[in-house]
Ligand binder design. Structure first.
Ligand SMILES: Nc1nc2c(c(=O)[nH]1)N[C@H]1C(S)=C(S)[C@@H](COP(=O)(O)O)O[C@H]1N2
Ligand SMILES: [Mo]
Length: 420
């Protein structure tokens, strides 16, 4: 038993200590004293109090063309190194076009766990932070990551095509700990998580997944979550589509069936080859992309380059990444950079000598289940569409994980070669 498990077991044995947090009339009992220590008005006084990057660094999240709100911002994957996405560059979705981010006062915010449980629980943030916590590195990807078209043009950069995946170290309390404490009743099989924004986003999640590895997270990359990422609390549902990771989390209701909420039913069903909708396929397929060189970049001269990129899979760890520099005729193993973590971005590298001729670069990955990232043709036949179908859809495509080719011209400019 490792230290973490040991700590959790001790905590569970001392169940009586937490019983003070159980709420009969849905009332937080221990809140007053601990919350007095929170002073949100304190602001950094100078630029050394909370650090800023060099003025020569200018990598930014870009919005989807035509959307200036905070609800659609893409991670500049082409500029990142390693596997962690800086919190300030984590992609953002949600809240609807143009609307502001929720500005949640942690003195007021509570998380309620209720429904089919023996003891409904309510937590202030300080109370949650007293419980045994874990930190885990996981990617978070929107199911509709992969724009092929933007308004009236082809997506060109890797930020445009793949910028809605990011990877953070998340810290929080395993949801299983909270659910065990609340005492899940026999007939329970799902839960519905609710966010605190105006639209009150909700998402149904199977109880089995909740008990496996879901976190109620308050930390991101060593500090509090950013407001755009759900401050002060969010669900982290490792390896599952972004929509499950409910931000500004305020309520978890344990239920006996999925609630077909508007968003999950209208936008997140998959139409299969037989024409039937499949509602609850949640796991992200194996996916990889070369981030350098990638669309919009330019190679200044022939010679040595280190091709690099990211690979990830909702099923677990990435086992292998292969790179082709000849348009898919031959493939060679790329080097995987440690750490290679389950349900996390994995960085790969591949040494390459560019001879100055036109070249098409692409990567493909295989995960721990042996599933390989599909070609565009394979994905199309699996989904029962012709490759041209993707071209005609002028919006984000759900669950698109085809191999991404980049073409290098003789002048060294790099272009999206998905459909050419
Ligand atoms: N409360 C709330 N949570 C939400 C959403 C939302 O609109 N409201 N969007 C979901 C979707 S579709 C995605 S892809 C992820 C994105 O998380 P991020 O904005 O931290 O990148 O949040 C999910 N959680
Ligand atoms: Mo999403």
């Amino acid at each position: 038993m490792n230290a973490m498990e040991h700590g959790r077991r001790r905590f569970l044995k001392r169940g009586a200590a937490l019983a003070g947090l159980a709420v009969g009339g849905i009332r937080s009992t221990s809140g007053q004293t601990t919350l007095a220590s929170i002073t949100p008005e304190v602001r950094p006084r100078d630029s050394f109090a909370y650090g800023e990057r060099s003025r020569f660094e200018n990598s930014v999240r870009t919005p989807r063309p035509g959307d200036s709100g905070p609800g659609s911002r893409w991670t500049p994957l082409q500029d990142l190194v390693g596997i962690i996405t800086p919190s300030a560059l984590h992609f953002i979705t949600g809240t609807g076009q143009g609307s502001a981010l929720p500005d949640i006062d942690i003195r007021q915010h509570r998380l309620l766990i209720h429904g089919l449980v023996d003891r409904p629980l309510m937590f202030a943030l300080e109370e949650l932070k007293r419980l045994p916590s874990v930190s885990r590195i996981h990617f978070l990807e929107c199911a509709s990551n992969s724009y092929l078209w933007l308004e009236d043009r082809k997506a060109e950069t890797v930020q445009e095509t793949h910028g809605r995946t990011s990877c953070s170290e998340w810290t929080g309390v395993p949801l299983s700990v909270l659910l065990k404490e609340a005492g899940v009743q026999k007939e329970a099989s799902w839960l519905v998580a609710e966010g605190a924004e105006t639209g009150k986003q909700t998402k149904s999640i199977p109880l089995e997944k909740a008990m496996e590895d879901v976190l109620v997270a308050y930390g991101q990359n060593g500090e509090a979550l950013r407001p755009a990422q759900g401050y002060p609390l969010r669900l982290v549902v490792p390896g599952w589509e972004g929509i499950n990771n409910v931000k500004w989390l305020r309520r978890i209701k344990v239920v006996d069936q999925p609630y077909m909420t508007r968003k999950e039913s209208a936008q997140y069903a998959n139409i299969g080859l037989d024409g039937k909708a499949r509602w609850f396929q949640f796991q992200t397929g194996p996916k990889s992309v070369i981030t350098f060189p990638s669309g919009g970049q330019r190679l200044p001269s022939r010679g040595f380059y280190e091709i690099t990129g990211l690979a990830w899979s909702g099923a677990g760890a990435i086992r292998r990444v292969e790179v082709s520099t000849d348009g898919g005729r031959s493939w060679k193993d790329a080097e995987l950079q440690e750490p290679v973590l389950r349900k996390a971005h994995t960085r790969f590298r591949f040494a390459w000598n560019w001879d100055g001729a036109e070249a098409v670069l692409q990567s493909r990955c295989t995960d721990e289940l042996g599933t390989m990232q599909p070609t565009l043709a394979e994905l199309s036949s699996f989904r029962g569409v012709t490759p041209n179908y993707w071209l005609s859809a002028k919006k984000a495509i759900h669950r698109f994980n085809a191999i991404q080719p980049w073409r290098i011209t003789r002048e060294g400019s790099v272009h999206n070669a998905m459909f050419s």
